[in-house]
Design a protein around this ligand. Structure first.
Ligand SMILES: NC(=O)c1ccc[n+]([C@@H]2O[C@H](COP(=O)([O-])OP(=O)(O)OC[C@H]3O[C@@H](n4cnc5c(N)ncnc54)[C@H](OP(=O)(O)O)[C@@H]3O)[C@@H](O)[C@H]2O)c1
Length: 326
Protein backbone atom coordinates (compact mmCIF):
# COMPACT_ATOMS: atom_id res chain seq x y z
CA UNK A 1 0.00 0.00 0.00
CA UNK A 2 0.99 3.65 -0.30
CA UNK A 3 1.77 5.61 2.85
CA UNK A 4 3.45 8.85 3.77
CA UNK A 5 6.48 8.44 5.98
CA UNK A 6 8.46 10.94 8.00
CA UNK A 7 12.04 9.94 7.30
CA UNK A 8 13.82 12.76 9.16
CA UNK A 9 12.52 15.59 11.35
CA UNK A 10 11.47 18.98 9.97
CA UNK A 11 8.72 20.83 8.11
CA UNK A 12 6.11 18.44 6.61
CA UNK A 13 6.85 19.36 2.99
CA UNK A 14 10.55 18.67 3.50
CA UNK A 15 10.46 15.43 5.45
CA UNK A 16 7.46 13.46 4.15
CA UNK A 17 8.00 10.78 1.51
CA UNK A 18 5.29 8.80 -0.26
CA UNK A 19 6.43 5.18 -0.21
CA UNK A 20 5.19 1.66 -0.92
CA UNK A 21 5.11 -0.33 2.29
CA UNK A 22 3.67 -3.73 3.30
CA UNK A 23 0.04 -3.66 4.43
CA UNK A 24 -0.21 -3.17 8.22
CA UNK A 25 -0.88 -6.32 10.24
CA UNK A 26 -3.89 -6.68 12.47
CA UNK A 27 -3.55 -8.21 15.95
CA UNK A 28 -6.49 -10.15 17.48
CA UNK A 29 -9.34 -7.82 18.38
CA UNK A 30 -8.16 -5.12 16.00
CA UNK A 31 -9.59 -4.13 12.61
CA UNK A 32 -7.88 -3.51 9.30
CA UNK A 33 -9.52 -0.55 7.56
CA UNK A 34 -9.41 1.12 4.17
CA UNK A 35 -8.82 4.75 5.10
CA UNK A 36 -11.62 6.89 3.67
CA UNK A 37 -10.62 10.08 5.46
CA UNK A 38 -7.74 11.08 7.70
CA UNK A 39 -8.36 14.29 9.68
CA UNK A 40 -5.28 16.42 10.26
CA UNK A 41 -4.39 17.93 13.61
CA UNK A 42 -1.78 20.47 14.67
CA UNK A 43 0.06 17.64 16.50
CA UNK A 44 0.75 16.07 13.07
CA UNK A 45 2.85 19.12 12.26
CA UNK A 46 4.60 18.89 15.63
CA UNK A 47 5.23 15.16 15.10
CA UNK A 48 6.96 15.82 11.76
CA UNK A 49 9.23 18.32 13.50
CA UNK A 50 9.91 16.07 16.51
CA UNK A 51 8.28 18.66 18.79
CA UNK A 52 5.29 16.63 19.99
CA UNK A 53 5.19 14.91 23.38
CA UNK A 54 5.08 11.53 21.57
CA UNK A 55 8.28 10.91 19.59
CA UNK A 56 7.93 7.78 17.42
CA UNK A 57 11.06 6.22 15.96
CA UNK A 58 11.79 7.10 12.32
CA UNK A 59 10.40 6.33 9.85
CA UNK A 60 6.73 6.70 10.86
CA UNK A 61 3.44 7.55 9.19
CA UNK A 62 1.59 10.51 10.75
CA UNK A 63 -2.19 10.93 10.78
CA UNK A 64 -3.73 10.64 14.23
CA UNK A 65 -7.42 10.11 13.48
CA UNK A 66 -9.36 8.53 10.66
CA UNK A 67 -12.59 7.04 9.44
CA UNK A 68 -12.74 4.02 7.17
CA UNK A 69 -14.33 0.76 6.14
CA UNK A 70 -13.44 -2.50 7.85
CA UNK A 71 -11.64 -4.96 5.55
CA UNK A 72 -10.74 -7.60 8.15
CA UNK A 73 -11.78 -8.30 11.74
CA UNK A 74 -12.18 -11.20 14.17
CA UNK A 75 -15.95 -10.97 13.70
CA UNK A 76 -16.79 -11.35 9.98
CA UNK A 77 -19.98 -9.32 10.57
CA UNK A 78 -17.80 -6.25 11.09
CA UNK A 79 -16.36 -6.43 7.58
CA UNK A 80 -17.85 -3.64 5.48
CA UNK A 81 -18.95 -1.57 8.49
CA UNK A 82 -17.69 1.98 8.98
CA UNK A 83 -15.51 2.82 11.96
CA UNK A 84 -13.47 5.73 13.25
CA UNK A 85 -10.45 5.68 15.49
CA UNK A 86 -6.89 6.63 16.25
CA UNK A 87 -4.29 4.38 14.60
CA UNK A 88 -1.29 3.98 16.91
CA UNK A 89 1.99 5.30 15.56
CA UNK A 90 4.22 4.43 13.77
CA UNK A 91 1.36 3.40 11.43
CA UNK A 92 -0.79 6.55 11.25
CA UNK A 93 -3.69 7.35 8.96
CA UNK A 94 -1.91 9.10 6.08
CA UNK A 95 -1.99 5.84 4.16
CA UNK A 96 -4.33 3.72 2.09
CA UNK A 97 -4.80 1.17 4.89
CA UNK A 98 -4.53 1.31 8.67
CA UNK A 99 -5.05 -0.88 11.70
CA UNK A 100 -7.13 0.14 14.70
CA UNK A 101 -6.37 -2.04 17.74
CA UNK A 102 -8.93 -3.65 20.03
CA UNK A 103 -10.82 -1.04 22.00
CA UNK A 104 -9.51 1.84 19.86
CA UNK A 105 -12.30 2.04 17.29
CA UNK A 106 -15.92 3.16 17.38
CA UNK A 107 -18.89 2.96 15.04
CA UNK A 108 -19.36 5.92 12.72
CA UNK A 109 -22.65 7.62 13.67
CA UNK A 110 -25.51 6.87 11.24
CA UNK A 111 -25.51 9.13 8.22
CA UNK A 112 -22.18 10.80 9.04
CA UNK A 113 -19.86 11.20 6.02
CA UNK A 114 -16.34 9.82 6.47
CA UNK A 115 -14.78 13.27 6.11
CA UNK A 116 -16.76 14.47 9.17
CA UNK A 117 -16.40 11.23 11.13
CA UNK A 118 -12.61 11.35 10.82
CA UNK A 119 -12.53 14.37 13.14
CA UNK A 120 -14.96 13.06 15.72
CA UNK A 121 -12.39 11.26 17.80
CA UNK A 122 -9.48 13.48 18.83
CA UNK A 123 -10.98 16.85 17.98
CA UNK A 124 -14.46 16.46 19.46
CA UNK A 125 -13.47 14.12 22.28
CA UNK A 126 -10.88 16.67 23.37
CA UNK A 127 -13.59 19.34 23.45
CA UNK A 128 -16.17 17.12 25.15
CA UNK A 129 -13.93 15.57 27.81
CA UNK A 130 -12.14 18.87 28.40
CA UNK A 131 -15.25 20.99 28.83
CA UNK A 132 -17.47 18.50 30.67
CA UNK A 133 -15.16 16.27 32.68
CA UNK A 134 -12.19 18.54 33.30
CA UNK A 135 -13.83 21.97 33.45
CA UNK A 136 -17.32 21.00 34.66
CA UNK A 137 -18.95 23.49 32.28
CA UNK A 138 -22.51 24.37 33.31
CA UNK A 139 -25.41 25.81 31.31
CA UNK A 140 -25.49 29.59 31.44
CA UNK A 141 -21.78 29.97 32.15
CA UNK A 142 -19.52 32.16 30.05
CA UNK A 143 -17.16 30.02 27.97
CA UNK A 144 -14.19 31.76 26.33
CA UNK A 145 -12.85 29.69 23.40
CA UNK A 146 -9.51 30.78 21.96
CA UNK A 147 -8.63 30.06 18.32
CA UNK A 148 -12.33 29.34 17.81
CA UNK A 149 -11.97 28.85 14.07
CA UNK A 150 -9.31 26.12 14.48
CA UNK A 151 -9.83 22.37 14.90
CA UNK A 152 -10.28 21.91 18.65
CA UNK A 153 -11.52 25.51 18.91
CA UNK A 154 -14.44 25.03 16.51
CA UNK A 155 -15.34 21.77 18.27
CA UNK A 156 -15.26 23.54 21.65
CA UNK A 157 -17.65 26.22 20.39
CA UNK A 158 -20.13 23.57 19.25
CA UNK A 159 -19.80 21.39 22.35
CA UNK A 160 -20.05 24.48 24.59
CA UNK A 161 -23.19 25.72 22.85
CA UNK A 162 -24.73 22.25 23.11
CA UNK A 163 -24.07 22.41 26.87
CA UNK A 164 -25.97 25.69 27.10
CA UNK A 165 -22.94 27.92 27.66
CA UNK A 166 -22.70 31.52 26.49
CA UNK A 167 -19.77 31.43 24.12
CA UNK A 168 -17.19 34.13 23.47
CA UNK A 169 -14.75 33.10 20.72
CA UNK A 170 -11.43 34.67 19.80
CA UNK A 171 -9.66 34.31 16.46
CA UNK A 172 -6.98 36.00 14.39
CA UNK A 173 -8.46 38.23 11.66
CA UNK A 174 -11.93 39.08 10.35
CA UNK A 175 -12.40 35.92 8.24
CA UNK A 176 -11.73 33.61 11.16
CA UNK A 177 -13.90 35.74 13.45
CA UNK A 178 -16.72 35.35 10.90
CA UNK A 179 -16.26 31.56 11.03
CA UNK A 180 -16.73 31.68 14.82
CA UNK A 181 -19.99 33.59 14.32
CA UNK A 182 -21.15 31.02 11.76
CA UNK A 183 -20.47 28.29 14.31
CA UNK A 184 -22.83 30.09 16.68
CA UNK A 185 -20.52 31.99 19.07
CA UNK A 186 -22.56 34.69 20.83
CA UNK A 187 -19.66 37.14 21.01
CA UNK A 188 -16.36 37.31 19.13
CA UNK A 189 -13.01 38.99 19.64
CA UNK A 190 -10.37 39.51 16.96
CA UNK A 191 -7.31 39.03 19.12
CA UNK A 192 -5.03 40.49 16.51
CA UNK A 193 -6.60 43.92 16.99
CA UNK A 194 -8.57 43.79 20.27
CA UNK A 195 -7.49 43.39 23.89
CA UNK A 196 -8.76 40.00 25.05
CA UNK A 197 -9.06 40.72 28.78
CA UNK A 198 -10.70 44.13 28.37
CA UNK A 199 -13.27 42.82 25.88
CA UNK A 200 -14.12 39.75 27.98
CA UNK A 201 -14.66 41.94 31.06
CA UNK A 202 -16.84 44.27 29.00
CA UNK A 203 -18.92 41.43 27.50
CA UNK A 204 -19.44 39.66 30.84
CA UNK A 205 -20.24 42.83 32.81
CA UNK A 206 -16.96 42.61 34.73
CA UNK A 207 -17.40 38.97 35.81
CA UNK A 208 -14.94 37.33 33.42
CA UNK A 209 -15.10 33.91 31.77
CA UNK A 210 -16.18 30.93 33.88
CA UNK A 211 -14.34 28.51 31.62
CA UNK A 212 -11.46 29.35 29.29
CA UNK A 213 -10.48 26.96 26.48
CA UNK A 214 -6.88 27.65 25.51
CA UNK A 215 -5.17 25.75 22.68
CA UNK A 216 -2.81 28.69 21.99
CA UNK A 217 -0.83 29.40 25.19
CA UNK A 218 1.75 32.23 25.42
CA UNK A 219 0.28 35.74 25.54
CA UNK A 220 -3.23 34.35 25.05
CA UNK A 221 -2.89 32.32 28.24
CA UNK A 222 -1.52 35.34 30.12
CA UNK A 223 -4.48 37.45 28.96
CA UNK A 224 -6.87 34.67 30.03
CA UNK A 225 -5.56 34.78 33.60
CA UNK A 226 -6.56 38.46 33.68
CA UNK A 227 -10.16 37.76 32.67
CA UNK A 228 -10.99 34.42 34.27
CA UNK A 229 -13.97 34.64 36.65
CA UNK A 230 -14.12 33.93 40.39
CA UNK A 231 -14.12 30.10 40.61
CA UNK A 232 -13.27 29.99 36.91
CA UNK A 233 -11.49 27.09 35.20
CA UNK A 234 -8.72 27.75 32.70
CA UNK A 235 -8.20 24.67 30.55
CA UNK A 236 -4.67 24.20 29.21
CA UNK A 237 -5.27 22.52 25.84
CA UNK A 238 -2.17 23.29 23.82
CA UNK A 239 0.51 25.74 22.75
CA UNK A 240 -0.13 26.41 19.06
CA UNK A 241 1.37 29.88 19.57
CA UNK A 242 4.71 28.30 20.44
CA UNK A 243 5.33 29.54 24.01
CA UNK A 244 4.46 27.36 27.01
CA UNK A 245 3.28 29.86 29.64
CA UNK A 246 4.11 29.85 33.35
CA UNK A 247 1.43 29.90 36.07
CA UNK A 248 2.14 32.08 39.14
CA UNK A 249 0.59 30.13 42.04
CA UNK A 250 -0.04 33.35 43.98
CA UNK A 251 -2.27 34.65 41.20
CA UNK A 252 -4.27 31.39 41.15
CA UNK A 253 -4.78 31.71 44.91
CA UNK A 254 -5.66 35.39 45.05
CA UNK A 255 -8.17 35.22 42.19
CA UNK A 256 -9.61 31.87 43.30
CA UNK A 257 -9.48 30.08 39.94
CA UNK A 258 -8.24 26.69 38.71
CA UNK A 259 -5.76 25.84 35.99
CA UNK A 260 -6.85 22.53 34.51
CA UNK A 261 -4.55 20.36 32.43
CA UNK A 262 -5.99 18.35 29.58
CA UNK A 263 -4.29 15.45 27.84
CA UNK A 264 -7.14 13.63 26.14
CA UNK A 265 -4.90 10.88 24.75
CA UNK A 266 -4.17 9.62 28.27
CA UNK A 267 -7.83 8.64 28.72
CA UNK A 268 -7.41 6.02 26.02
CA UNK A 269 -5.08 4.01 28.24
CA UNK A 270 -5.87 5.21 31.78
CA UNK A 271 -9.68 5.49 31.59
CA UNK A 272 -11.00 4.11 28.27
CA UNK A 273 -14.58 4.08 29.58
CA UNK A 274 -14.47 7.90 29.52
CA UNK A 275 -13.70 7.79 25.80
CA UNK A 276 -16.49 5.28 25.11
CA UNK A 277 -19.00 7.39 27.08
CA UNK A 278 -17.93 10.54 25.28
CA UNK A 279 -18.35 8.79 21.92
CA UNK A 280 -21.93 7.86 22.85
CA UNK A 281 -22.64 11.43 23.93
CA UNK A 282 -21.12 12.87 20.74
CA UNK A 283 -23.10 10.39 18.62
CA UNK A 284 -26.29 11.64 20.31
CA UNK A 285 -25.32 15.27 19.78
CA UNK A 286 -24.65 14.57 16.10
CA UNK A 287 -28.04 12.85 15.72
CA UNK A 288 -29.68 15.91 17.33
CA UNK A 289 -27.88 18.23 14.91
CA UNK A 290 -26.05 19.94 17.78
CA UNK A 291 -22.58 19.25 16.39
CA UNK A 292 -21.27 18.93 12.87
CA UNK A 293 -17.51 18.84 12.25
CA UNK A 294 -16.67 21.77 9.99
CA UNK A 295 -14.63 20.31 7.12
CA UNK A 296 -13.16 23.24 5.25
CA UNK A 297 -10.60 21.66 2.93
CA UNK A 298 -10.14 18.26 1.31
CA UNK A 299 -6.92 16.92 -0.20
CA UNK A 300 -6.03 13.69 -2.02
CA UNK A 301 -3.34 11.44 -0.51
CA UNK A 302 -0.66 12.88 -2.82
CA UNK A 303 -1.31 16.40 -1.48
CA UNK A 304 -0.97 15.54 2.23
CA UNK A 305 2.27 17.56 2.72
CA UNK A 306 0.58 20.62 1.18
CA UNK A 307 -2.37 20.17 3.55
CA UNK A 308 -0.05 19.97 6.58
CA UNK A 309 1.89 23.01 5.38
CA UNK A 310 -1.32 25.05 5.27
CA UNK A 311 -2.23 23.86 8.77
CA UNK A 312 1.22 24.75 10.09
CA UNK A 313 1.03 28.23 8.54
CA UNK A 314 -2.19 29.07 10.40
CA UNK A 315 -3.96 29.10 7.05
CA UNK A 316 -6.87 26.76 7.75
CA UNK A 317 -10.18 26.81 9.58
CA UNK A 318 -12.12 23.91 11.11
CA UNK A 319 -10.92 20.52 9.93
CA UNK A 320 -8.66 19.70 7.01
CA UNK A 321 -8.99 16.14 5.74
CA UNK A 322 -7.00 13.89 3.45
CA UNK A 323 -9.12 11.47 1.38
CA UNK A 324 -6.82 8.63 0.22
CA UNK A 325 -9.45 7.20 -2.13
CA UNK A 326 -10.09 10.42 -4.06
N1 LIG B 1 -4.82 18.65 25.13
C1 LIG B 1 -5.17 17.75 24.23
O1 LIG B 1 -5.53 16.62 24.56
C2 LIG B 1 -5.13 18.16 22.79
C3 LIG B 1 -5.80 17.43 21.80
C4 LIG B 1 -5.77 17.89 20.49
C5 LIG B 1 -5.05 19.06 20.17
N2 LIG B 1 -4.37 19.71 21.16
C6 LIG B 1 -3.60 20.93 20.89
O2 LIG B 1 -4.48 21.96 20.52
C7 LIG B 1 -3.78 22.89 19.70
C8 LIG B 1 -4.60 23.18 18.46
O3 LIG B 1 -4.69 22.00 17.66
P1 LIG B 1 -5.64 21.98 16.37
O4 LIG B 1 -5.48 20.65 15.74
O5 LIG B 1 -6.98 22.49 16.71
O6 LIG B 1 -4.88 23.05 15.44
P2 LIG B 1 -5.44 24.09 14.36
O7 LIG B 1 -6.69 23.61 13.73
O8 LIG B 1 -4.28 24.41 13.50
O9 LIG B 1 -5.79 25.36 15.25
C9 LIG B 1 -4.83 26.04 15.96
C10 LIG B 1 -5.15 27.51 15.93
O10 LIG B 1 -4.24 28.16 16.83
C11 LIG B 1 -4.12 29.49 16.43
N3 LIG B 1 -2.72 29.91 16.50
C12 LIG B 1 -2.26 30.91 17.29
N4 LIG B 1 -0.95 31.07 17.13
C13 LIG B 1 -0.55 30.17 16.21
C14 LIG B 1 0.70 29.86 15.60
N5 LIG B 1 1.82 30.52 15.93
N6 LIG B 1 0.73 28.88 14.68
C15 LIG B 1 -0.36 28.19 14.35
N7 LIG B 1 -1.59 28.44 14.89
C16 LIG B 1 -1.68 29.42 15.81
C17 LIG B 1 -4.65 29.61 14.99
O11 LIG B 1 -5.87 30.35 15.04
P3 LIG B 1 -5.86 31.94 14.82
O12 LIG B 1 -5.17 32.20 13.52
O13 LIG B 1 -7.27 32.31 14.85
O14 LIG B 1 -5.07 32.49 15.98
C18 LIG B 1 -4.95 28.18 14.59
O15 LIG B 1 -6.11 28.10 13.79
C19 LIG B 1 -2.40 22.27 19.42
O16 LIG B 1 -1.45 22.85 20.26
C20 LIG B 1 -2.61 20.82 19.76
O17 LIG B 1 -1.40 20.21 20.17
C21 LIG B 1 -4.41 19.28 22.43
Amino acid sequence: MKAWQVTRLGAPAEVLELVDVPDPERAPGGVLVRVEACALNFPDVLLCAGLYQEKPALPFTPGLELAGTVLAADDPALVGTRVLGAPPLPHGGLAELAVLPAGAWYAVPDGMPAEEAAGLLITYQTAYVGLHRRAGLRAGEWLLVHAGAGGVGSAAIEVGLAAGARVIATAGGPEKVAVCRELGAHETIDYRSEDIAARVKEITGGRGADVVWDPVGGDVFDASRRCVAFEGRLVVVGFAGGRIPEVPAGHVLVKNYSVVGLHWGLYRTVAPAVVADAHEALTRLYAQGAIRPMVSERFGLAAAPEALTRLAARGTVGKVVVLPGS
